[in-house]
Design a protein. Structure first.
Length: 343
């Protein structure tokens, strides 16, 4: 039988003020990080609020601060790509972490359309700040946000404007780590399935690959995927590489989907992975872990990047720091069977 007790009433700010022995204004300032009050008073108010289960209304916070209570997030994808960013495991995990962090701090996170074209009018920004993920050169929405004075943090460095704080994976170090791993497993001709060089990720990874080849006195073997980042595109690129007169004995792909496509191409050509061909990819995913054999992948820590980007943007909005330092996030190579031939 369902309980007939009325739902518990949320405590009011007046009750917090009474319990803390301070004014309502002091409670408001303490919980919103404002006003000239001592740190001891601020801590005391927070403790009382937690004990009572009080949480300030998001609407009240927005009205009091003149903010909308909204953060915008935009993911750059190829303009002609039909794939939504949620089809990429990396972006989904980043978005989930960013959304959770925003909500914990009293903000909602809204996503802006991907694949903006020059013919489309950039959306109006009724948000307090913006996070741009993997910004591409010539991104109209990002340029419009900057012209309007919107605070911006980029996840991945902006190649058009270096003034916005950024958080980024260390793609150069990660790429070299993956290539060293393949070479240690016996690879002598490592090919790269790369991306169109329109953002810092693709540029850094390709530069690291070319530098690694030069330092090891080996010929670079590159295939570049443009606009279509699907498994089918990875399969087509790998088929071309593996059908050449002097094919590679290892492939490093810049997306897990491209790596899984390369795995399909190897099967189609009767090549055994990892005995005949070593495979690795950048960006880890559930699909990479579940493939047969499992795909060795470079994890880019998307949860840490999503959380970090929101925290950096909130610091900009708070104004508590004159500058928000840029930050690199370490990568981790997750070694699986695709690059580990039996001894």
């Amino acid at each position: 039988m369902a309980s007939s007790d009325p739902p518990a009433r949320r405590p009011r700010i007046t009750e917090v003020a009474a319990a803390a022995g301070v004014s309502i204004t002091t409670v408001s300032h303490a919980l919103n990080g404002k006003g000239r009050i001592s740190e001891a008073t601020r801590t005391h108010v927070h403790q009382v609020a937690r004990k009572l289960g009080y949480r300030p209304s998001a609407n009240a916070r927005s009205l009091g601060s003149g903010r909308h209570g909204l953060l915008a997030l935009k993911v750059s994808l190829p303009g002609s790509s039909a794939a939504a960013f949620v089809e990429f495991d990396y972006f989904t995990r980043l978005l989930n972490a960013a959304t959770s962090t925003a909500l914990q701090n009293g903000f909602a996170l809204v996503t802006l359309p991907s694949g903006q074209t020059e013919q489309q009018e950039p959306p109006d920004f009724s948000a307090d700040g913006m996070i741009a993920v993997d910004p591409e050169r010539g991104d109209e929405a990002l340029a419009t946000a900057r012209k309007r004075g919107l605070p911006i943090v980029t996840a991945g460095r902006d190649r058009d404007d270096g003034t916005s704080p950024w958080i980024d994976s260390d793609h150069r170090h990660g790429t070299i780590t993956a290539l060293d791993h393949l070479a240690a497993r016996g690879a002598r001709r490592i090919a790269l399935i790369g991306l169109e060089r329109v953002n810092s990720f693709a540029i850094d990874a390709a530069a690291a690959y070319e530098e690694w080849c030069a330092s090891h006195s080996v010929e670079p073997i590159e295939s570049q995927v443009v606009t279509d980042y699907s498994q089918a595109a990875g399969r087509a690129a790998a088929l071309e590489l593996l059908s050449a007169p002097n094919p590679p004995d290892a492939i490093y792909a810049l997306l897990d989907g491209l790596g899984l496509g390369a795995l399909s191409a190897a099967r189609e050509l009767g090549l055994r992975v990892p005995d005949d061909l070593l495979l690795a990819a950048c960006t880890d995913s559930t699909a990479a872990a579940a493939s047969d054999p499992g795909l060795t992948s470079l994890s880019l820590a998307p949860e840490e990047i999503g959380t970090g980007a929101v925290e950096m943007l909130l610091k900009m909005l708070d104004g508590s720091s004159a500058t928000v330092p840029n930050r690199y996030v370490a990568t981790e190579l997750v070694v699986r069977r695709s690059s580990s031939p039996a001894a």
